[in-house]
Design a protein around this ligand. Sequence first.
Ligand SMILES: *[C@@H]1O[C@H](CO)[C@@H](O)[C@H](O)[C@H]1NC(C)=O
Ligand SMILES: *[C@@H]1O[C@H](CO)[C@@H](O)[C@H](O)[C@H]1NC(C)=O
Ligand SMILES: *[C@@H]1O[C@H](CO)[C@@H](O)[C@H](O)[C@H]1NC(C)=O
Ligand SMILES: *[C@@H]1O[C@H](CO)[C@@H](O)[C@H](O)[C@H]1NC(C)=O
Ligand SMILES: *[C@@H]1O[C@H](CO)[C@@H](O)[C@H](O)[C@H]1NC(C)=O
Length: 550
Amino acid sequence: MLLKRYQLVPMFFVSVIFIFVSTASSQTQRGSQRVRLHVQDDQVVMDNSILRVTFTKPQGHITAIKYNGIDNLLDYTHGESNLGGYWDADWNYPGSKNAAVMDMLEGTEFKAIMETDHQVEISFKRRWDASLGHKLAYLNTDIRYIMLRGVSGLYTYSVLEHENGWPAFDIAEARLAFKLNSDRQKEMPSERDREPPRGEELAYKEAMLLVDPSEPELKGEVDDKYQYSLDNKDNKVHGWISDNPSTGFWIITPSNEFKTGGPLKQDLTSHTGPTSLSMFIGDHYVGKDIHFNLQDGEYWKKTLGPVFIYLNSNSSQNHSGSTRDLLWKDAKAQMQKEVDSWPYNFPASVEFLKSSQRGSVIGRFLIYDRYSNISGKLADVPYVGLALPGQLGSWQAECKGYQFWTRTDTNGYFTINNIIPGNYSLYAWAPGFVGDFMHNVTIPVSAGSKFDVGVLTFQPPRAGPTLWEIGVPDRSAAEFFIPDPDPKYINNLYMNVEKYRQYGLWERYTDLYPKDDLVYKVGTSDYKKDWFFAQVTRCKLSNKILPHTS
Ligand SMILES: *[C@@H]1O[C@H](CO)[C@@H](O)[C@H](O)[C@H]1NC(C)=O
Ligand SMILES: *[C@@H]1O[C@H](CO)[C@@H](O)[C@H](O)[C@H]1NC(C)=O
Ligand SMILES: *[C@@H]1O[C@H](CO)[C@@H](O)[C@H](O)[C@H]1NC(C)=O
Ligand SMILES: *[C@@H]1O[C@H](CO)[C@@H](O)[C@H](O)[C@H]1NC(C)=O
Ligand SMILES: *[C@@H]1O[C@H](CO)[C@@H](O)[C@H](O)[C@H]1NC(C)=O
């Protein structure tokens, strides 16, 4: 298979506000084959004649996905590191002398939850108890998979629970991963290409320079999984394409209510392997402020997902590469269908709340800044969201509850639908204005409730008129000067978009300004050219790393 990695270019969807009510199962096609479940001693197979998925029993590991004439889209070998498809959590406990360990969240109990012609839903459950000690993360888990009639894919979600009275522990990351099968890869390097001497390690082990890849066109490129990160708000569909036979493997995330850290939190999407990921909990790019930890005795339960694993294919072979575009366009259209039917009405677990079990919040968010002329219309409209009660800006590091975000219209009106019942704080911020907003009232949401917060007025903090300003206060540094990468460390994906994702740009500061730090002259300097986009260290001639003082 030839594989190429695709992701949604962030610009696409940032300004779209999705407010939808779930629609009846419009996905099901008439006349298609019914869904079947075959339960054997040590494996379970789900099949709807479009795809067939095999799981270990009772663990719930996906060992094979048969689709489009390919026996197995996944790379799985029993007992080896080719792990197929699985959920896992990287965890630790206070006082541990060891590094975090991976818990594969394997089930000990298999159950067919629903088995009709239209829907099969299965569950792989396990219970933790103190006798297990440190063998497993202190979690009860229920991992679900759903196959629907006529639908080219598989839904999955999980319910994780830490009971009252259980000991403290922490999770560095919790995710869903798929190791895809590949004989040959073209656009993306292969795992082998990363191994020395074919690959050469750069500043950290995840970043490899491809010095002798199997595809010569990749020679000299950098491969680094951190380059394929996306903001939660933009991470709606990403995946891989195989050219022969033409097949797409996509992870569609119809809502990010269950992700941590709000709309701007970034996380990984895929990496060389090829591997496709859905990250549910993770420290990436924030560090210990967002580290998930539960105290002794703390009760916690959360439903992660569902996400949709979508498969597509198109037999119109086209060597010019346009088949890939067809698959990508079709995946985006499918993503929109999934978003439109959120929250899904078909998952069987009572832990996944349906539309009628959720509430909504409406209101108007205005900005009052006596030193700037806001005529009432804002082009780059504010973000308004609900997260667990906290302090100004605390949503950015919030990792235990759900978050529900939207953007206002140009007059400041907003509606947040499909909120899971609970008590929340309402947070907001507006591109172009410094500061964070938090409403001073805790907002109760219950099933079917519609809470009107009224008119909220945000006064951005300021002591007087603006004398001068560098850049735009929009929580992105993309408007500043971003250097070209060192020609030795290029990733061709980011030559024209999101250049800031290139490898090693921090070293370019020393290259470009070897002697002195930048000085910004108010009135003459231009932040687009004269101000570096990140505060980095500088490496002087002695190889001593110094703080960047400007
Ligand atoms: C394949 O792509 C063609 C366009 O070239 C389109 O007309 C057709 O509907 C697609 N087939 C499938 C099965 O999506
Ligand atoms: C194949 O690609 C060419 C060039 O992009 C395009 O003109 C043509 O329509 C494509 N054919 C199909 C069947 O998609
Ligand atoms: C606001 O607009 C008025 C009229 O256009 C102008 O006189 C005034 O200087 C502006 N104030 C600021 C702070 O831009
Ligand atoms: C919200 O908080 C109130 C007051 O503390 C409490 O009575 C209520 O149970 C809470 N509601 C939910 C859904 O947690
Ligand atoms: C919240 O703030 C508003 C003004 O924005 C004020 O009128 C109200 O009394 C405050 N409520 C509480 C509970 O502090």
